[in-house]
Design a protein around this ligand. Structure first.
Ligand code: CU
Length: 406
């Protein structure tokens, strides 16, 4: 069924216009059947069609019937269009691709704080894996991931540590992959040493020189294409003295997905390279899917939290905000060596960048995480956090009417 909708979308987009014009030609020919001379009917059909083609086609085709088989682009390597071979290989390997029941990584999936006071060698293994999972109910996407969920696992090291990272590419993958970590000082952030074909593994070693929270991502050409299929995550390099302890640490990463056929279209989605170039995503979500972090983030009044926020891009800057809260501290651009900003409403998370926010909870209720470019909420860019505990009428006193916003 998924392949059927996938094939239908592809068929309509590649051949839809030709089918429409053939149908129009037949219709006009039949409509003119009372005309006496057959050659006149044929001539009129040709004139009608020529005029419509001459005026219509040069002025652009509707996106729904325009699958770009080729685009002229000027990046340093391959363009973003998935080659035909890639599309057909999905058919031949469709049953091999793992079905992941929940593509969203749990925002609580954060490695524990580092307690050592000396440097160490940190060994990490990641597996690039292409899977099928739901973006929204009934909407399926061929995701490309690190370790089968989005974002990839959060990595944690200490300033001065040596990280020894082995990247595997699952044998079921249909593409090469690699990894570029922004915490790396060295060529390609490690990408040039980790390119792996399906079934291969490679190891790279680097010293974590700079404390901060860094994006890692696949950098296989076309890089934007690999990233917008879900290949990103965060690596935290703690400063030597560590980070102050908090009650909760959360891991949230925004990303964009570009699909043919528009938001809410059911079935397996075709990747829309033109929409990616235009920067008009169909879905903007936290942790890989619509409502990816909902129901998973909770706290009690009096507790504190730190949220590690990243943005996989590939076009938008996130205006990260929590409705009903003020961030006590923000480390802009996740620069842990600089003093934090205090009392911040909305902070920006650049594409390929991160931020760290800290807050405490004083009033129970539901608090929504959003990209405050709020049109993006409709594309999925929101998550819900629930705070329970004692009311605090001095700070907030009002009847909470369900259904009125938050
Ligand atoms: Cu990749």
């Amino acid at each position: 069924m998924q392949l059927l909708s996938y094939t239908w979308a592809y068929f309509v987009q590649v051949a839809g216009l030709a089918i429409a014009f053939i149908a129009a030609a037949v219709f006009i020919y039949l409509a003119l059947r009372h005309l006496k001379w057959r050659w006149m009917r044929v001539m009129l059909v040709i004139i009608f069609l020529s005029i419509s083609v001459a005026f219509y086609v040069p002025n652009g085709l509707p996106r729904a019937i325009e699958y770009p088989l080729a685009l002229n682009t000027y990046g340093p390597a391959e363009g973003p269009v998935l080659p035909l071979g890639s599309i057909f290989s999905i058919f031949t390997h469709f049953d091999d691709l793992e079905r992941v029941s929940d593509i969203a990584r749990d925002p609580n999936d954060v490695p524990p704080p580092i307690t050592r006071s000396e440097s160490a060698v940190v060994e990490v293994e990641l597996t690039a894996k292409e899977v099928i999972a739901e973006m929204a109910p009934g909407v399926f996407v061929n995701y490309w991931t690190f370790d089968g969920q989005i974002p990839g696992p959060m990595l944690r090291a200490r300033e001065g540590d040596t990280v020894k990272l082995t990247l595997h590419n699952d044998p079921t993958s249909l593409h090469h992959h690699n990894i570029d970590l922004h915490a790396v000082t060295g060529p390609g952030g490690g990408a040039v040493s980790t390119m792996v074909a399906p079934g291969e593994s490679r190891t790279v070693s680097f010293k974590a020189l700079h404390p901060g929270l860094y994006v890692y991502h696949c950098a296989t050409p076309n890089v934007a294409n690999h990233m917008t299929h879900g290949m990103y995550g965060l690596i935290l390099v703690e400063p030597e003295e560590g980070l102050p302890s908090v009650d909760h640490e959360y891991y949230v990463m925004q990303g964009e997905f570009y699909t043919e056929g528009g938001i809410g279209r059911k079935g397996l989605q075709l990747f829309d390279a033109q929409a990616m170039l235009d920067g008009i995503p169909t879905y903007v979500v936290f942790n890989g899917r619509v409502e990816g972090v909902n129901g998973k983030m909770g706290a009690v009044t009096g507790e504190t939290a730190r949220i590690y926020v990243g943005n996989g891009g590939v076009n938008l800057i996130s205006s990260f905000h929590m409705i009903g809260e003020v961030f006590d501290k923000v480390f802009p651009e996740a620069a842990l060596s600089s003093a934090p900003h205090e009392d911040v409403q909305t902070t920006i998370v650049p594409a390929g960048g991160a931020t760290i926010v800290e807050l405490d909870f004083q009033v129970p209720g539901n608090y929504m995480l959003v990209d405050h470019a709020l049109a993006r909420m409709e594309k999925g860019a929101w998550g819900m956090m629930t705070v329970t505990g004692e009311e605090n009428k001095e700070i907030y006193d009002g009847e909470i009417v369900p259904g009125h916003g938050h």
